[in-house]
Design a protein around this ligand. Structure first.
Ligand code: F6P
Length: 335
């Protein structure tokens, strides 16, 4: 029998359990054994392994988090770590490893590949959606749904009190969660890394837009989605600035790790199931060094290095609609 290993690594993402379940069930289908290492690369180094069978993963796909736990492991960057991991994998007679995680985890997988002969396949699991080569990562859909739900709730109170709200969302250095949740909830403004990079917003420009939207639309509330790390001091500092310097009633709201919990959406569960199975089938076919992805409805394989060296851009059409049509900065044509 072939024996494969599996880890969930880095920031957990809703749907990781569904991916893990798919790996174990697919392996069972093909007569392969599964060994999981708890706590990601850390567990791989500490030999924290358990064998996983179908009964262990039944009825976990509806839960976020990861039953085999995750961790960040900066020490895995070292050459000695990759060698130790390879030794541990070989000692257990493991021939393939599925790494469920984000770009840091894939860098680790690539690094391991230089020191280990087994087959390594990445499964994209991160709420940030910041991996090149797949239309979506596992967890992204759920994070967007959570942010949208929060924005809807914020809108109720913002409308009632005629207030400006700044809702800070995650995404690390990418604006995918910000853009999609802002659009889904009809937010008036987004401050996203991709936009800030070209033309950082000034507080004066923000205030001008708030006043402009109020004048054009006559609405009392204004909801702004702020991607993390895009304003010094974040949503709290920006909202204090607006109140203190411009006398604008404003409140901050930090969604934080709430974006990583609760039941995964159907989209994430299904994506995770497809990619988990695909990963096992790739190992079975002798493929290595790629991420299993889904693009335009097709299962694809993307070289691990491309997933972080290439950048997937934000959807330009969504940006245009959100920015120019729904919340114009310039005067709309009719006035
Ligand atoms: O990569 C997922 C993510 O949730 C990012 O959006 C965020 O920047 C980071 O992880 C938070 O990391 P931690 O859970 O280690 O605080």
């Amino acid at each position: 029998t072939q024996r494969i290993g599996v880890i969930t690594s880095g920031g957990d993402a809703p749907g990781m359990n569904a991916a893990l379940r798919a790996v174990v069930l697919a392996a069972e289908h093909y007569g392969m054994e599964v060994v999981a290492f708890r706590h990601g690369y850390k567990g791989l180094l500490n030999n924290e392994h358990i064998s996983l069978n179908a009964p262990d993963v039944l009825h976990i796909l509806q839960y976020s988090g990861t039953i085999i736990k995750s961790a960040r492991c900066p020490r895995f960057k070292e050459e000695e770590s990759a060698k130790l991991a390879a030794k541990n994998l070989d000692a257990l007679n493991i021939q393939g490893l599925v790494v469920i995680g984000g770009d840091g985890s894939f860098r680790g997988a690539h690094h391991l590949g230089k020191h280990w002969n087994g087959k390594i396949i990445g499964v994209p699991g991160t709420i940030d959606n910041d991996l090149y080569g797949t239309d979506a990562t596992i967890g992204y859909s759920t994070a967007v749904a959570i942010a949208m739900d929060a924005l809807d709730k914020i809108r109720d109170t913002a409308d009632a009190m005629d207030r400006v709200f700044i809702v800070e969302v995650m995404g690390r250095h990418a604006g995918f969660i910000g853009l999609k949740s802002a659009m889904a909830a009809g937010a008036e403004r987004m401050i996203l890394p991709e936009l800030q990079k070209d033309k950082p917003l000034t507080i004066a420009a923000i205030v001008k837009h708030i006043k402009r939207v109020e004048a054009v639309r006559g609405a009392g509330s204004y909801v702004m989605v702020l991607s993390e790390h895009q304003w010094p001091g974040g949503a709290v500092a920006l909202s204090e600035q607006l109140e203190a310097e411009y006398s604008m009633p404003c409140r901050p709201c930090l969604l934080g790790h709430i974006q990583r919990g609760g039941p995964p959406t159907a989209t994430d569960r299904v994506l995770a199931s497809e990619l988990g199975v695909h990963a096992v089938e790739l190992i079975r076919d002798g493929v290595t060094g790629v991420m299993a992805g889904l693009r335009a409805g097709e299962l694809v394989e993307v070289p691990l290095e491309e997933t972080w060296t290439k950048k997937s851009p934000l959807d330009v059409n969504l940006l245009r609609i959100q920015h120019e049509i729904f919340n114009p900065v310039k005067k709309p044509a009719r006035d």
